[in-house]
Each structure stands twice: as structure tokens, then as C-alpha cells.
Design a protein around this ligand. Sequence first.
Ligand code: NAD
Ligand code: IPM
Ligand code: MN
Length: 369
Amino acid sequence: PANKKLLILPGDGIGPEVMREVRRIIDWMDRRRSVTFEIEEGLVGGAALDATGSPCPDETVAAARRADAVLFGSVGGPRWDSLPFDRRPELGILRLRKDLQLFANLRPAVVLDALIDASALRPDLVRGLDIMIVRETTGGIYFGEPRGIHLNEQGRRVGVDTEIYSEDEIARVARVAFDLARKRRNKVTSVEKANVMQSGRLWRAVVGEIGKAEYPDVELEHMYADNCAMQLASRPKQFDVVLGGNLFGDVLSDLAAALTGSLGMLPSATIGALQADGRRTALYEPIHGSAPDIAGKGVANPSAQILSFAMLLRLSFGMDEDAALIEQAVEKVLGGGLRTADIMAPGMARVGTSVMGEAVLRELEKLSS
Ligand code: NAD
Ligand code: IPM
Ligand code: MN
């Protein structure tokens, strides 16, 4: 079979630290000859800014187009925080999403039994929790025009962002959510603020139309985003698939992360539209950022990055077995009592990034022998 083309973009802060642990898993898979990856590594974020002057060089976008899948680390950090807006490292991920039309970001929030003690909520509220947040990532207030900071007639500064959604943008991400729900527990909760926002009114209408016309078998519920935040923090098990726009999806998925124990646990996949050349790529990344407060200390939890790689194997390469193996290995390690600081609990052994990665590798060996 043809080699699988993989672009790796470690980025900044803890990105390269947690990506190193994925590289070890890839090397292990290569040694077992279960699969050969054709790997390219590229620059993005602050690392790309320092090297090329751009947070997302054209070469990185071209490499992403060539690749079958992209594994992304994280970008950003205090060193670059005072740069002009059009040179911020965060543009790295935003441009990749936009240029490759990666419009649907799937963010599963699963509470592992081994981590029930790390959740921000009581065990009875989160045991067995399994939510899928579907976040729109190429539109909304992240990209709408006009935007910027200008002076008004009184010479006072005014900051402007614009939330815009077309019905086609809403419809395509809604279909992703409905399709996923059919493979899960058959329920979609669509969130917006249709009570105060015009884009929210349209969102609710379009999702309702698609649901009625194409997915009458899927239960659809509309919920205001603020209420959804409250419900997530108090009765999260009512949710199956949660569908939201770019900004609400971002905020609600960090909240969902707190339910699972740590941002350091949650992977994501961003899938997209067919490109002009008939190809389709996808990008996988943890939902956490570059964690400047712990970067360089070797204490970051590599799980989210490793689990993002597992999602990549499953969704882009159809390697379900290998993906499941990696997920099991992570769960075993956690069940065995090894914990990075973010998910530390009484009676557990605190370890750093590389010991955690090493332990996952050992479990992989055991599970596959
Ligand atoms: P963050 O996700 O980087 O960190 C939030 C908190 O979670 C921090 O206390 C951090 O130490 C902790 N944390 C995150 N990942 C962890 C891990 N793997 N193991 C252990 N602890 C972990 O969010 P932030 O502090 O708001 O942002 C920091 C920088 O990252 C900013 O520049 C921001 O723009 C950027 N960011 C990038 C991405 C991305 O690249 N996709 C996502 C979010 C934030
Ligand atoms: C995320 C991040 C990004 C976002 C930033 C870094 C642009 O928070 O992927 O969740 O807001 O989309
Ligand atoms: Mn975010």
C-alpha cells in the first residue's frame, strides 16, 4: 500500500514536548512494520515567525495540502503576545483551518473511569460521560468582516468583530453533527443565542430545517449557549452531540475539558471540504494551547497529543485497530496510577511527559504481543 503522508507541526511551548512522545509511538509502529509513514515536519506559530517572519508560511500550507493528514501541536506564547495582530502565532492554526476549509472540529469529551477522581465534578455526575462537541471552525466571528480597531468620530478607539454565518456554512457543519449522532446516541443539541443574535436566529432555523428534512430520526434540541454552559457544568450526561459556532464551540469545549479532568486529555479532529484538486485532508490537534506556564519543564500531559494521533489513525487512515490500541494503552497507564501533574490525585505517582510517553509505549508493546 502507498505510504501514508503525514505532516507534523509541533509549534510552540509544550507542542514540541508532547509531539516528541507521538514520534516515539510512530517510530515503534515503523519498527513493527505495521505501517510506514512518510513524514514531513513543518513550521507553524511562533517557531515559524522566528524562522521565516510568518506564523503560517506558504510552504506550510502547501505541505498541508500535500499531506493525507496533519498532526498539529499548539501555537502561541508570551514572547509573541505584543506583536501586531496579523503576525500573531495563533494565525498559524487559523490560516490552516481557513485555507484548507477545515470547517468541522470534532472535540470528544470522554471521562475515563481511571480519571474519575480528576474531574471538576462529582463522580456520579460524570461517570461514563461521552460527549462530542462539533465546532464550526472556518466562519463566524473569528473571520467575519469588518474587524479591527479604529478611531470613532470622538477619537476614541473602537474594537470591531463581526459574526457572520451563511446558511451553507451552517448546513454543512450541521450535517457532520447529525451524521455523528446517528453513530452515537442519536441526539444533537445545537447551541447559539438566537434570542439576541441574527446569526443565531439563522443558525437555529437552518439546523432545524436540515434536521427535519434529512435527519428526522435524530433527536434535535436547540439550546442557548449560556444555558448550555450551565447544563454542561451541572448535568452533562444529558448531552450526546453538541453543535456550535466557532466561538461558542471553543468556549464550551474548554468547559467540557474540565469535566474530563484536564485540558491535557482532550484530542480533536478537524475535517473539511473537498479541495479543488479533489483531495480532502484533515488536521488533528489537542484542544489545549502551548501552556506557557509549564512549557520547558517536561511536565505537560502528552495524552491529548497522543490521542489526537489515535484519532488521525482512525479517521484519516482507517487504522481502527491501531487507534484503539493506543487509546487502550493510555487508559491502562492512567489506570495503573501514573499521573502528570494536571491529573494528579492522592495515592497516584506523579511523572513527567517522557515517563508518561514511555509508559504508553510499554503498554502498547504488551497489548500487541
Ligand atoms: P492553554 O491551553 O495553553 O493552557 C491553559 C491551562 O491548562 C494552563 O494552566 C496549562 O498549563 C494547562 N494545560 C494545557 N495543556 C496541558 C497539558 N497538555 N498538560 C498539562 N497542563 C496543560 O491555554 P492558555 O494559557 O489560555 O493559552 C496559552 C497560549 O496558547 C496562548 O498563546 C493561546 O493563544 C495559545 N493557544 C493555542 C491553541 C492551539 O494552538 N490550538 C489552543 C489554545 C490556546
Ligand atoms: C483552539 C484555540 C484557538 C481557537 C486559538 C489558538 C486560535 O483556542 O484551538 O481551541 O480559538 O480556535
Ligand atoms: Mn480554544
